[in-house]
Design a protein around this ligand. Structure first.
Ligand code: AP5
Length: 214
């Protein structure tokens, strides 16, 4: 299956993608992760994207679509794809259709994580990850079992995203409302959108997504 996880910043796209990878052997295609890797490696794309991401604005449609194209080209035909954070504009939605056709794939579902925006600022500004293995934590909702030590790999180094501050999160939400939410009706017209309550517990959201994909 090829699915899009759609929702504003902090809706749980990354959290649920990781679980789909683990449970169903699908591949997570997160343009945010790809861009952060490019920023870290100081590639030409990364150098261009950094300031835009730090402001919470959207990187160009061409750049992100090229990243997705390269990932799809490298994937085995039988492996399902989870589009996490892509598409984010009407142009990207059109580009994705073309890319899926090019790579002999079809879009099966768009899963919308419906959330209360006020709760998202709290979710995002409290988020941190293990600097070594990337395991996700939260100041209030998911602290490591032993303070300062990653549950998964034992590392004592953690990091926070530079765009996870309140001002940038507000801009990211505005971008979502203005440019991303308007792509939903087009998918609704195709009958492939399923809505999930993203304010439920992480396990309940996973169960709802599993039921949709069954
Ligand atoms: P990106 O990395 O895609 O960020 P985002 O869309 O803002 O989404 P997040 O990663 O912040 O949130 P998420 O929905 O994955 O939530 P998570 O699971 O972590 O993009 C970053 C930037 O890159 C953009 O601003 C833009 O500049 C650029 N970019 C990326 N893609 C682009 C594109 N296609 N076009 C143009 N520019 C692009 O969850 C958040 C927190 O909540 C975690 O702590 C988690 O543990 C917790 N949590 C999750 N679910 C629940 C739950 N059900 N209950 C309680 N807590 C929960």
């Amino acid at each position: 299956m090829n699915i899009i996880l759609l929702g504003p910043p902090g809706a749980g796209k990354g959290t649920q993608s990781a679980r789909l990878v683990e449970r169903h052997g699908m591949r997570q295609l997160s343009t945010g992760d790809m861009l952060r890797a490019a920023v870290k490696a100081q590639t030409p794309v990364g150098l261009k994207a950094k300031a835009v991401m730090d402001r919470g604005e959207l990187v160009s449609d061409e750049i992100v679509s090229e990243l997705i194209d390269a990932e799809l080209a490298a994937m085995p035909a039988g492996q399902g794809a989870i589009f996490d954070g892509y598409p984010r504009t009407a142009t990207q939605a059109e580009m994705l259709d073309a890319l899926l056709e090019k790579h002999g794939r079809a879009l099966d579902r768009v899963i919308e994580l419906a959330v209360d925006e006020d709760a998202l600022v709290d979710r995002i500004t409290g988020r941190f990850t293990c600097a070594r293995c990337g395991a996700g934590y939260h100041d209030r909702y998911r602290q490591p079992r032993q303070a300062g030590v990653c549950d998964e790999c034992g590392s004592t180094e953690f990091k926070r995203r530079p765009d996870d501050n309140e001002e940038t999160v507000r801009t990211r939400m505005q971008e979502y409302r203005a440019k991303t939410a308007p792509i939903l009706p087009g998918y609704e017209a195709r009958g492939i959108v399923r809505r999930v309550d993203g304010m439920a517990s992480i396990d309940a959201v996973t169960a709802a997504i599993d039921a949709i994909l069954a």
